[in-house]
Design a protein around this ligand. Structure first.
Ligand code: 6PG
Length: 249
């Protein structure tokens, strides 16, 4: 991969400012996509950082988005039932999906009830293939967070799923994660998106952000460094604390 990353860095003082600016940008992306292509496809991220963003999309920005033209997918999911507090689907329902007028048929959670996670990965690939033409989904927007270890979606440092080139969705077992079993979009699926937006805040992310933007970044050690859309835009929304150690230039 060519270095440095071609990314648009947008830094705001804190998570609140970040969420507000990102919500406005996402509402604009949705409007443009709906006007140009009659629909907006988004893959949501999990974790805690996007909660405020989702709540803003469901309140202040609710009326600006034509929700019946939106298709919601997930970038990763913990392999737990939807009512489990660790479920990314549950978090998105509580903060966004249940509070906007989106038809249920437009909401596509990753399946987590099949006995074999491999089957679930294949089932979600089928879901994606039936919504997108071609052999890879081209999301209008993939939202990502990043862990303090540099992981994205459920692609962890040095995990074999990071090297996946053929699949769109991979099953992951990561013993140190809670829960260890997860489903994730793969790097090629993420990099095929029209837009990828990271939302990263907090001082505990500072080192990982610096490693991603280092000239000699190692995507195996910091998976976020593997994200560079092949024909799309990459935006990093950061608060000042997370951006503090980005190398100059
Ligand atoms: C997950 C994620 C994951 C998350 C990061 C950041 O399901 O665990 O999607 O990649 O985005 O771990 O999480 P925080 O926002 O909680 O720091």
């Amino acid at each position: 991969m060519s270095r440095p990353l071609r990314a648009d860095l947008r830094v705001r003082p804190n998570l609140e400012g970040l969420s507000e600016a990102a919500a406005e940008a996402i509402a604009d992306l949705a409007e443009a996509a709906i006007e140009e292509r009659e629909g907006f496809t988004i893959a949501l991220s999990g974790g805690t950082t996007p909660r405020g963003l989702y709540e803003l999309l469901a309140s202040k920005y609710r009326a600006l988005i034509s929700w019946s033209d939106v298709q919601v997918f997930w970038g990763d999911e913990r392999y737990v039932p939807p009512e489990d507090p660790r479920s990314n689907y549950r978090m998105a329902c509580e903060t966004l999906v249940d509070d906007v007028p989106i038809p249920r048929a437009n909401v596509h959670p990753m399946p987590t009830s099949l006995p074999e996670i491999e089957e679930a990965a294949q089932a979600y690939e089928q879901t994606l293939m039936s919504h997108f033409p071609g052999n890879r989904p081209r999301f209008d927007l993939v939202l990502l967070g990043m862990g303090a270890d540099g992981h994205i979606a459920s692609l962890f440092p040095h995990h074999p799923a990071l090297d996946e080139q053929d699949r769109i969705v991979a099953p992951v077992r990561a013993e140190h994660a809670d829960p260890p079993l997860r489903l994730t979009l793969t790097v090629p699926a993420i990099n095929h998106a029209r837009n990828v937006h990271f939302l990263v805040a907090g001082q505990n992310k500072e080192d990982a952000v610096a490693r991603v933007f280092a000239e000699k970044a190692d995507p195996a050690a910091a998976p976020a460094a593997a994200v560079q859309p092949e024909d799309g835009a990459l935006v990093w929304w950061l608060d000042e604390a997370a951006a503090a150690a980005i190398p100059r230039g």
